[in-house]
Design a protein around this ligand. Structure first.
Ligand SMILES: NC(=O)c1ccc[n+]([C@@H]2O[C@H](COP(=O)([O-])OP(=O)(O)OC[C@H]3O[C@@H](n4cnc5c(N)ncnc54)[C@H](O)[C@@H]3O)[C@@H](O)[C@H]2O)c1
Length: 372
C-alpha cells in the first residue's frame, strides 16, 4: 500500500490527539495511502522523546526547519501555538509539503492571507483543523439544512463555554500573551463557532462585538513573578449573515461549571436544530410540519450506520467521542491528497474565519458595527 509520510510539530494536547488519529485512521477507514508517523518536533528534548516513544513517531527533532529539508516528509501537521503557524506553513508550502494546521489559522488576517497564498501558489493540499465539522451530528445537521429540513434560517445562536481560567492563580501560558496567540477565548473558541456558522448557515457580512478581560495579571509558572494578560477572557458578538439570518455568539473561559460546552441553536422557518458538544452523539430536531398535537423536539441519537462517518465504527447506539473528529478529518485529508481533490476545510476557510474574528476585535475596539 502507498505510504504518506507525516511530520508533526507540537507534542502536547493537540499533538497527542493528532498522533492518535494518524495511527487509528487506517484501521477503520479504507484509505488510498497509509499515514506513517515519520517525524515529531517539540522544544523539550526529553518530553519529545517520551512523546515519540509513546505514539510511535520514528524520528525526532527540536528544530522544525529540519522537517522542511527532509525529502521523506509529505505532510506537515502544525499543532503549535498560533504565532508559529504562519512561518511553518509558509516554509513547508514553499518546500512542496502538504500542510494541515490547527485553528485559528494564525494571529491575524495578514498572516492568514500569506498562508493561503503560499499554499495556493505551491499547489499543495492545505487543511484547517476545524474538527467539529466532523462530528457526525454536525455533518447530519449540515445535510438536513441543505435538504431544507428547517427551511430558511432566521437565527444562528452559538455559545462556547469553558471554566478553566476562573482561578486567578492559574499561571500565564502562551494563551494569555497576544504576541503568541493573537487573541484569547475569541480566537480559541469563537474560531470553532464561526467556522460552524459559515459551514451551516453561510458567510457573515457584518459584526458588532465586545471583548472582556477579567483577570489582568497572572503568576508565571516558574515563580518569577506576575505577567500581564494581554488577551481576552470572553468575547461576544452579534452578526448579520449574507442570507439574512441573525447570529449571536459568545466564547468565554469564565463560565463556571461548563467544561467544554459548545451549543448551537439554529432556528429556521420550518424547524430547528440544537447541538451540544458535551452530548456530541445527539442532535435535537423540531419539525413545524409535524401534526400539532405531537409537535416537540425529538432527540436523534446519531449512531446509525447511515449517519455520516458512523458506518466505520460500532453497532448502532455505541457512541463515539471527541477524538474521532480528528480521525474523520485526517481520512478526508488523505483522500484529498491521494485523489487530488480539494480539501475542505482548507486555508481558505481559515482565512474567512479569521476575517470574522479580526472584524469582531476591530468592532470591540471601535464600539460599532464592522463590515467583513
Ligand atoms: N481543534 C481543537 O479543538 C483545539 C483544541 C486545543 C488547541 N487547539 C489549537 O492547537 C494549537 C496548539 O494548542 P495546544 O493546546 O496543543 O497547545 P499546547 O501548549 O498544549 O502544546 C503546544 C506544543 O507546541 C510546542 N511548540 C511550541 N513552539 C514550538 C516550536 N517553535 N517548535 C516546535 N514545537 C513547538 C510546545 O512544546 C508544545 O508541545 C493551537 O493553535 C490551538 O489553538 C485546537
Amino acid at each position: 500500500m502507498k505510504e504518506l509520510n507525516v511530520a508533526i510539530v507540537g507534542t502536547q494536547f493537540m499533538g497527542k490527539a493528532h498522533s492518535n488519529a494518524y495511527s487509528k485512521v487506517g484501521d477503520f477507514f479504507d484509505l488510498p495511502a497509509k499515514p506513517i508517523l515519520k517525524m515529531a518536533c517539540g522544544v523539550n528534548e526529553e518530553r519529545l522523546r517520551q512523546f515519540a516513544n509513546k505514539f510511535g513517531w520514528e524520528n525526532t527533532t527540536t528544530n522544525w526547519k529540519k522537517i522542511i529539508q527532509r525529502d521523506d516528509v509529505d505532510l506537515i501537521d502544525i499543532s503549535t501555538p498560533n504565532d508559529s503557524h504562519a512561518p511553518i506553513a509558509i516554509a513547508g508550502a514553499k518546500a512542496g509539503k502538504h500542510i494541515i494546521c490547527e485553528k485559528p489559522i494564525a494571529r491575524n488576517v495578514r498572516e492568514a492571507r500569506q498562508m493561503y497564498e503560499a499554499a495556493e501558489e505551491a499547489g499543495i493540499a492545505h487543511a484547517m483543523i476545524f474538527n467539529y465539522r466532523f462530528v457526525p451530528a454536525i455533518a447530519l445537521a449540515k445535510k438536513m439544512i441543505d435538504e431544507g429540513k428547517i427551511g430558511k434560517i432566521h437565527h444562528f445562536n452559538a455559545v462556547y463555554y469553558q471554566d478553566w481560567l476562573i482561578d486567578p492563580n492559574f499561571p500565564m501560558t502562551w494563551r494569555h500573551d497576544a504576541k503568541a496567540s493573537g487573541s484569547g477565548a475569541h480566537g480559541d473558541m469563537n474560531a470553532h463557532t464561526v467556522d460552524l456558522a459559515r459551514y451551516l448557515c453561510g458567510e457573515i457580512e457584518s459584526v458588532n462585538g465586545v471583548e472582556k478581560n477579567f483577570v489582568k495579571n497572572r503568576p508565571f509558572s516558574d515563580g518569577s513573578g506576575m505577567g500581564e494578560v494581554t488577551t481576552d477572557d470572553c468575547s461576544a458578538f452579534f452578526a448579520h449573515f449574507q442570507n439574512g439570518a441573525l447570529g449571536v455568539f459568545q466564547g468565554t473561559r469564565f463560565a463556571n461549571g461548563r467544561k467544554n460546552y459548545l451549543r448551537l441553536e439554529i432556528f429556521g422557518s420550518e424547524g430547528s436544530l440544537i447541538f451540544n458538544l458535551e452530548r456530541l452523539n445527539e442532535l435535537e430536531y423540531f419539525n413545524r410540519n409535524d401534526d400539532s398535537d405531537i409537535q416537540g423536539f425529538r432527540n436523534i441519537i446519531v449512531t446509525n450506520s447511515t449517519h455520516p462517518y458512523i458506518g466505520a465504527w460500532w453497532p448502532v447506539g455505541h457512541i463515539i467521542g471527541w477524538e474521532h473528529t480528528f480521525i474523520h478529518e485526517i481520512k478526508e485529508l488523505v483522500e484529498a491528497i491521494e485523489y487530488k481533490k480539494p480539501m475542505i476545510p482548507s486555508f481558505w476557510d481559515g482565512l474567512k474565519c479569521q476575517e470574522v474574528l479580526d472584524g469582531v476585535s476591530n468592532s470591540a475596539r471601535k464600539g460599532k458595527w464592522v463590515n467583513i
